[in-house]
Design a protein around this ligand. Structure first.
Ligand code: SF4
Length: 136
């Protein structure tokens, strides 16, 4: 039985593998999960879409934050359709634009040159986690 008194936020990253922004989603989300242990859990988007009951139940009962690599907004759309409207939805191009940063050229194996973009994504999500928890 799920205890809905526990304050947690589900972080749902898009699974884009074909553009650098998809990698930014995953690395930014990973950083937030490490920085907010006990307050955040990751929800696997492919499993949510494939019918994972645990993922769908969690996303239906707890606030979620979706992070997408492009304006197709796969994570936000799937979450809303299958479990409920996300509390916050991010797109990487919007975050980069807001911060005056360019998308990395590399698809993966990010290094120090990509740190600023990963950090910017993590900061935006992290701030959203704090806001969502305060609203709870
Ligand atoms: S939001 Fe864009 S990058 Fe992410 S999975 Fe969908 S199409 Fe791919």
């Amino acid at each position: 039985m799920m205890d809905i008194q526990v304050h947690k936020v589900g972080i749902i990253s898009c699974s884009g593998e074909e553009i650098p922004e998809g990698t930014l989603c995953r690395l930014g989300c990973r950083k937030v999960l490490d920085e907010h242990p006990g307050e955040t859990v990751t929800i696997c988007l492919p499993l949510l879409i494939a019918g994972g009951e645990e993922e769908r139940t969690f996303a239906a009962n707890y606030p979620t934050i979706t992070v997408d690599g492009c304006d197709k907004m796969c994570a936000a759309r799937a979450t809303e359709m299958l479990s409920g409207k996300p509390s916050k939805r991010f797109s990487i191009p919007e975050i980069l634009n807001k911060r005056g940063l360019k998308a990395p050229d590399k698809l993966r194996h990010f290094g120090p040159e990509e740190d600023a973009a990963v950090q910017a994504v993590a900061e935006e999500i992290s701030q959203a986690v704090n806001e969502v928890l305060e609203e709870e």
